[in-house]
Design a binder for this molecule. Structure first.
Ligand SMILES: [Fe+2]
Length: 383
C-alpha cells in the first residue's frame, strides 16, 4: 500500500475584484503593516493599485517592493529582504506570477530565519515560524500560491536553488480573475499549458495518490474547456476564473506528487535556448504521454474518458493516443509551434538536451524511466 502525508493548511478564496475582501482578511489576521511584493510590469499595468488603496482604506500601512524579475534571483530576494527589514511587516501580500510569489516566499524565509537562499536548498523541515503570506496570482499556470516550492536563481552562479518548505505555502490564495484579464495572449497560453502539464504529470507521477489524481483530473478538464475560451475572449471573467482554479488545483496536486518527464525535457530546452517554461512543457506533453502510455495506460485512459467523453476510443491504447492527439491539437490551434525546428533547435543539439534532461530531479518521478536512446528517439520525433 502506498502511504501519503497530506498537509494543506491554507485558505483559497475565489472572488472577482477581491481587493476589499483581501484587506478585510489581512485585518482579521491582525496585520497592521503589510509588505506588498510585486513587479514593475504588474505595477505599470496598475494591477496592484486597487489592492494598495483597499489596504490603506482599512488603515493598514503598506510598503511596496516591486523589483522582482522573471526567474527571480537571490539579488531580488536580498533587495526585498532589505525593504522588509526596514519596514517591519506583519504580513506579506504577493501580487504577480510565479516569480513574484516565489520571491515573496524567499523574503519571508530569510526575514524570519536569517542566512541566504542557498542555505534553504532542498526539502526543509521545521525552522522558525514565517509571517502570513497572502498570494494573488496574476497568471494561471504555476500554482505557486498553494505550493511549498520556490525556485530562485543564484545571481552569481546562475544555478537554480529549489527549496521545498511546507511552511512557505501562502496562508491565503486569492483567485481574482480581474488580475489576469489583461495578460497578453502568449503569456496566457504558456501559463495555461504549464497548468495542463502539471495536471498530467501529477496524475501519473510515481508519487501520485488519490488526492493528487482527484485534483489533477478536475484541473485537466478545466484547462481543456477553458484555455480555448480565454484565448478567444481574454476578458471573459468566468473562463479566467476557471483557469485560476485549474492552476490552483494542479499546484496542490504536484506539491503532493511532484512532476515528470515533460518538465525534465522542458528544463533542458529552457536552459539551452531560454524557451519559456510553459511553452517548453507544452511542446513535450504529447510525446511524453505516448512514451509513458505502456506503463500507465490505465491512468491516461481515465483522463481520456473524462476529457474526450464519447469521443474516447474503447481500446486503452487507442484512448491514450487519442488523448495525446487531443492535447496537441488544442495547443497548436491556440498558437503552440508544431516542432522544435520552429523554436530554432537543431537535431545536432539532441545529445546535449538528453544529457541535461537526465540530470533533472523531476525525471525520477516519471512513471517510466527513459534511457538516453529513448529520449533521443522521443526528441527526434519532435523535429
Ligand atoms: Fe511547470
Amino acid at each position: 500500500m502506498d502511504t501519503f502525508d497530506l498537509q494543506m493548511n491554507f485558505r483559497v478564496v475565489l472572488k472577482n475584484q477581491a481587493q476589499e475582501s483581501t484587506a478585510e482578511l489581512l485585518g482579521q489576521m491582525g496585520a497592521q503593516r503589510v509588505l506588498l511584493v510585486t513587479d514593475a510590469g504588474i505595477q505599470g499595468a496598475g494591477l496592484d493599485r486597487a489592492y494598495h488603496q483597499a489596504l490603506t482604506a482599512k488603515g493598514i500601512e503598506t510598503a511596496v517592493f516591486n523589483e522582482v524579475e522573471p526567474n527571480p534571483t537571490t539579488a531580488n530576494v536580498e533587495a526585498g529582504l532589505a525593504v522588509a527589514r526596514e519596514f517591519g511587516p506583519q504580513a506579506f501580500l504577493g501580487i504577480g506570477g510565479g516569480s513574484v510569489l516565489d520571491c515573496a516566499k524567499g523574503i519571508n524565509i530569510l526575514l524570519n530565519r536569517g542566512g541566504k537562499m542557498a542555505d534553504y536548498a532542498g526539502p526543509q523541515q521545521g525552522g522558525a515560524a514565517l509571517l502570513p503570506l497572502v498570494a494573488a496570482p496574476t497568471t494561471a499556470g504555476t500554482g505557486s500560491e498553494v505550493s511549498p516550492f520556490l525556485l530562485i536563481s543564484d545571481s552569481e552562479t546562475h544555478a537554480k536553488i529549489v527549496c521545498k518548505d511546507w511552511q512557505a505555502i501562502p496562508k491565503v490564495a486569492i483567485l481574482d480573475p480581474s488580475l489576469s484579464l489583461t495578460l497578453p495572449p502568449m503569456s496566457t497560453l504558456f501559463a495555461g499549458l504549464d497548468a495542463l502539464v502539471h495536471g498530467f504529470e501529477s496524475y501519473v507521477a510515481k508519487g501520485s495518490q488519490p488526492y493528487t489524481q482527484a485534483l489533477a483530473l478536475k484541473s485537466i478538464g478545466l484547462v481543456h474547456q477553458n484555455l480555448p475560451k480565454v484565448m478567444a475572449e481574454p476578458s471573459g471573467v468566468e473562463a479566467r476564473g476557471n483557469m485560476l482554479i485549474a492552476s490552483n488545483l494542479a499546484g496542490m496536486a504536484f506539491a503532493l506528487s511532484y512532476l515528470g518527464l515533460s518538465h525534465s525535457l522542458a528544463n533542458a530546452l529552457t536552459k539551452m535556448k531560454g524557451t519559456p517554461h510553459g511553452l517548453a512543457v507544452g511542446m513535450m506533453l504529447s510525446s511524453v504521454i505516448r512514451f509513458n502510455a505502456p506503463v500507465c495506460g490505465a491512468d491516461y485512459e481515465h483522463i481520456a474518458r473524462y476529457v474526450l467523453d464519447e469521443a474516447c476510443p474503447a481500446d486503452r491504447q487507442e484512448a491514450c493516443l487519442a488523448l495525446a492527439e487531443a492535447v496537441e491539437r488544442m495547443a497548436r490551434s491556440l498558437g503552440m509551434p508544431a516542432s522544435l525546428s520552429e523554436l530554432d533547435f537543431q537535431k545536432s543539439q539532441i545529445p546535449a538536451l538528453v544529457e541535461e534532461a537526465l540530470r533533472q530531479a523531476t525525471i525520477q518521478f516519471n512513471p517510466r524511466m527513459p534511457t538516453a536512446q529513448e529520449l533521443t528517439t522521443l526528441l527526434e520525433a519532435c523535429f
